[in-house]
Design a protein around this ligand. Structure first.
Ligand code: C2E
Ligand code: MG
Ligand code: MG
Length: 689
């Protein structure tokens, strides 16, 4: 579209004819002000502007058009009087694209307009491309540059100039570019670019940029040598954000989010480095693994939120206790590890261990709770106990296991005999797993006899593992490991189902006996046990009052509130509860009252001494009195001799269990014994033993 601005109607008409012939749409304006308004509104491609108009003349109109956004790029053709060179100059000064002398001959205006239109289009296209390129460079935070190796003249795109911290229109010299590179990276950059020029190859490298009054940035410089033009062509791209994200990802991959300490991956890297250094200078390295003694309790009782805060406080304490050169990591759960380098060993790891034990003796204050938790520490030394990270970690772990086995709150250095222990534990664990699959577990039943009638009124189910090669393995040997590994869950389930099924079968055969079985700590601290008991009773058809569950005192200490809930739910099912091994633990009366026990089993260590020590007789008397006062029935365990039976009868004990009446035996044998009166059975068994 062409705008013709002329105050003379005739001139406008002539121009219109010529332009329409040339294929243009035409709009008209009768003065300068109107012309400017049309340009703004209709955005013509070309303006033919007469100089002499009333009001705003052609020059003024031209300048005004150039000042508008739509007029900035339009092609403006000013029509001047012939030979008026001053007017021509004035026209260009006002921003005209070209001029034409009046009167305009015939078709000339059409041709001229077409030519101007085409070149205007090209110019506009070029401008669009340039703008697009600049925008693309901005979006990519990428600028381009070109270096003449001969003269060392650098030409930068405006974005490149800006990235280098200069004004968009500044020229940047080769030296100024290098000056912006971080001193530590500068030589490398200069060297890489020089060798790209010399050997004419591509290059790519990252470098830090130091900009005035701005944080440092990271840029990548990439390019190639253009042989035809003998120029080094390059781009510079700001990759600071990407770099930051990468750094963040790297950090996340190497740190524990909870404590922000190095994780196992980073720990192993650091350990590898420490070992390489120690190998060079012949020094030793200590690897320590620590474990909070009460973490599980804290988590179970106070919840994971408090557990997490506890771990954070623990991490903080550890950090405050070691030197800057030592690495602390969280390996997982409540397991932390330390690398101690460049020191006298084992003395220094001993000193640090003692310091940590002491630091952990101070209670923790977490979320309003005062928490006491010691630590257990296992230590392995390079090169004494291993030369690669995994070996050292495994051996520190073995030492830690040993500490835990010995009652926690200590430290120990690895010693080779511990490895055998560990191997044995692994083997036992594997045996238990296989045992579950292949039916190696057995329940043996030991009779419980009513003192007054001397009749068998119940039996305790005691588990054994019958290993095809190793023979019969006693529960004290594998139950603790089963608890530690979680295998107690499937094993406990098997015990419950089997015992209920066997007892239901006895009842069907006319022997209505009570069955007792042992529940371990982990079972009591897992609400699923209630459902399991219900299901076992339902499946077997055993009357709930025929089932008694034995729990030791120590089991209740871990989380009394939770234990009480579970015990009460169990009792609501109609089963009875017995406190096992009474006298070996805290034996606190006030404590006992909190729990709904029906029976108290006196530990065999007291029964054992009956007759040989008056002291034990008075203890038994006190326990019986205590139990009765709380409405509990009393069973004595570990009765082996007739005189013990006499004393227990005198002390008004209700039931007796022990080798004197019968050892734990497999189900079939136990049932066989039931057919025979107790006294005769006792003789038979005595004869067998
Ligand atoms: P406990 O519940 O106190 O069981 C009594 C233990 O004393 C049994 O050892 C039994 O054989 C033994 N015993 C009975 N009478 C006498 C006697 O007159 N003299 C002597 N010296 N010992 C006698 P056992 O079968 O080796 O079981 C040891 C412990 O293993 C049990 O102590 C119980 O705490 C645990 N246990 C056994 N079976 C299971 C089970 O199915 N689940 C769980 N969680 N623990 C079990
Ligand atoms: Mg028991
Ligand atoms: Mg017992």
């Amino acid at each position: 579209m062409v705008l013709v601005a002329d105050d003379d109607v005739f001139q406008r008409m002539v121009a219109r004819i010529s332009l329409v012939e040339a294929g243009f749409d035409v709009v008209e304006a009768a003065d300068g002000a109107e012309a400017v308004a049309v340009v703004e509104r209709d955005r013509p491609d070309l303006v033919v502007l007469d100089v002499l108009m009333p009001g705003m003349d052609g020059f003024q109109a031209c300048a005004a058009m150039r000042a508008t956004t739509s007029g900035a790029m339009v092609q403006i053709l000013i029509a001047t009087a012939q030979e008026d060179t001053r007017a021509i100059e004035q026209a260009f000064d006002a921003g005209a694209t070209d001029f034409i002398a009046k009167p305009i001959p015939g078709r000339l205006l059409g041709y001229r307009a077409r030519y101007l239109y085409r070149s205007g289009r090209n110019l506009a296209d070029l401008e669009t491309h340039r703008a697009r390129l600049t925008r693309a460079e901005e979006i990519a935070r990428l600028g381009s540059w070109e270096l003449d190796p001969e003269t060392r003249t650098l030409r930068c795109s405006s974005q490149a100039t800006r990235l280098l911290g200069h004004g968009e229109n500044d020229t940047v010299t080769w030296q100024q570019l290098l000056d912006r590179i971080h001193v530590e990276d500068r030589d490398r950059v200069a060297w890489t670019l020089e060798s790209a020029i010399r050997d004419r190859h591509d290059f790519e490298l990252e470098a830090r940029l130091v900009l005035p009054s701005e944080p440092d940035r990271v840029a990548v410089l990439r390019g190639e040598f253009d042989g035809a033009r003998q120029r080094l062509l390059g781009v510079i791209q700001d990759i600071t954000e990407r770099h930051q994200i990468e750094a963040r990802i790297h950090h996340l991959a190497h740190h524990d989010p909870l404590t922000n300490l190095p994780n196992r991956t980073l720990f192993r890297d650091r350990l590898e480095n420490a070992l390489a250094r120690a190998q060079r200078d012949g020094s030793r390295v200590a690897v320590m693994i620590l474990d909070a003694d009460k973490f599980k309790d804290i988590n179970d009782t106070l919840g994971h939120g408090v557990g997490d805060q506890f771990l954070q406080t623990m991490a903080q304490r550890l950090q405050e206790s070691v030197r800057g050169s030592d690495t602390i990591a969280r390996l997982g759960g409540d397991e932390f590890a330390i690398i101690q380098v460049g020191l006298n060993q084992p003395e220094n790891s001993e000193v640090l261990s003692n310091r940590l034990l002491k630091v952990f003796r101070t209670p923790f204050s977490v979320a309003g709770h005062e928490i006491r938790s010691g630590v257990s520490i296992g230590v392995a030394l390079y090169p004494d106990h291993g030369s690669i990270p995994d070996e050292l970690l495994a051996r520190a772990d073995v030492a830690l296991y040993r500490v835990k086995g010995e009652g926690r709150g200590q430290f120990r250095h690895f010693d080779p005999s511990m490895d055998d222990d560990l191997r044995a534990r692994r083997e036992l664990e594997a045996d238990m797993r296989r045992g579950l699959d292949e039916g190696w577990f057995e329940l043996h039943y030991q009779p419980q006899v009513d003192v007054a009638s001397r009749r068998v009124v119940g039996a305790e189910a005691l588990i054994r593992l019958r290993h095809p090669d190793k023979g019969l393995i006693a529960p004290n040997h594998f139950i603790p490991l089963a608890e530690e590994t979680g295998l107690i869950q499937p094993i406990g389930e098997w015990v419950l189902r089997t015992a209920c099924r066997d007892a239901a079968a006895w009842a069907r055969a006319g022997h209505a006996l009570r069955i007792s079985l042992n529940l371990s700590a982990n079972q009591i601290h897992d609400r699923r046990v209630v459902e399991l008991v219900r299901a076992s009773l339902a499946e077997s058809g055993l009357a709930p009052n025929r089932l008694e569950l034995e729990i030791t005192e120590s089991v209740l200490m871990r989380d009394p509130a939770m234990a009480r809930q579970v015990l009460e739910q169990l009792r609501r099912l109609g089963v009875s509860l017995a406190m096992d091994d009474f006298g070996t633990g805290y034996s606190s009366l006030s404590y006992l009252q909190l729990f709904p026990f029906d029976r108290l089993k006196i530990d065999r260590s007291f029964v054992h001494q009956l007759g040989s020590s008056d002291h034990s007789a008075s203890i038994v008397r006190a326990i019986v009195a205590l139990g009765k006062s709380l409405g509990m029935a009393i069973t004595a365990e570990g009765v082996e001799h007739a005189h013990q039976v006499d004393i227990l009868e005198r002390e008004r004990c209700d039931e007796i269990q022990g080798f004197y009446f019968g050892r734990p035996v497999p189900d079939a044998e136990f049932r066989g014994g039931l057919a025979v009166p107790v006294a005769a059975a006792t003789e038979m068994i005595a004869a067998l033993a």
